[in-house]
Ligand binder design. Sequence first.
Ligand code: ACO
Length: 320
Amino acid sequence: MSFYIAGTGSALPEKVVTNDDLAQFLDTSDEWIVTRTGIRQRHVLTGERLTDLAVESAKIALRDAGADPSEIDLILCATMRADTVTPSLACAVGEALGTTVPAFDLNAACVGVLYCMEIADAFISCGKAKAVLVVSAEAMSKLLDWTDRSTCVLFGDGAGAMLLRAGEGRLAGELSTRPDTRAIRMPNIEGNSPYNRTEQEKLALQMDGGEVYKFAVNAMGRNIEQVCAQAGLTPADIDWYLPHQANVRIIDASLKKFRIDKSKVLLNIADCGNMSATSVMVLLDQYAKKGTFHSGDKLLLVAFGGGLTSGAVIIEWKKN
Ligand code: ACO
């Protein structure tokens, strides 16, 4: 017994920042950003709290599933930066929903949702849970140096959620890391301990774009092969690919060898940029709401991120 996706939801900040808006204060252009990444605009937090977006998306997912918060046995939140170091975002969501079940955050960078899905599978398979709420929320705009054109043009903010219920749906899952503490790095605050002799690193996301690009293409291709083999499927049997929305060139390069019909590869990067952990979740919800998926469709979610982490999951869609 594993899980199926019973409901999904998402919420994005109101403020939209276009590439032309960025070119007002950065040495960049819409043409550079679109041709290198496929990104045209992104949503950015202004007055909203990330917690509010996370709660809103969780409520939408519960409504979509026809579920009451009292049915939830576990809340998992994928995020690199909750509003507070403690309490966790998962506890904040639990408070808003009025639950008392276990709740914790998980940081696997952009692969966070897939890590949460595999933990949910373990809890459900061993009988510890019947319904798991997975939430993802990222405030990437608050991790960036907005004078660094090589990183700040790539990311966006947002939140998403899904309710996973015990049943048949998950067909395969594969997670891995190739540990690398330099390629993508966001230092933490060092505080003001009079005893601390550690220097404060620059508080902004740093990234070796070329190194990440090479890792991403290899890891996503390998993870796709692994989950397809686990499920007894070939890449051609997959109805919909939902890749992490980091860069269209990475997506194209990782899928090229499988000769997949491009109409099966779902994208929202042009409108949302890279929302780290929440990219695949928002993508899933947006296409679910459009009515793209039909009962029995096979969806393959695949992602890579800081750590360096990677993973893929295949799900059979249960709703119409
Ligand atoms: N506008 C204009 N020029 C720029 C910009 C910009 N926004 N950013 C960089 N450039 C310049 C560089 O300075 C460089 O100039 P130079 O040759 O004079 O030094 C030139 O453009 C080319 O830079 P490259 O880094 O070679 O550009 P590349 O084609 O590799 O694309 C990119 C860069 C888009 C970052 C690419 O490497 C990439 O997508 N990497 C993966 C990034 C990624 O997915 N990160 C997310 C990880 S997920 C997570 O966990 C957070």
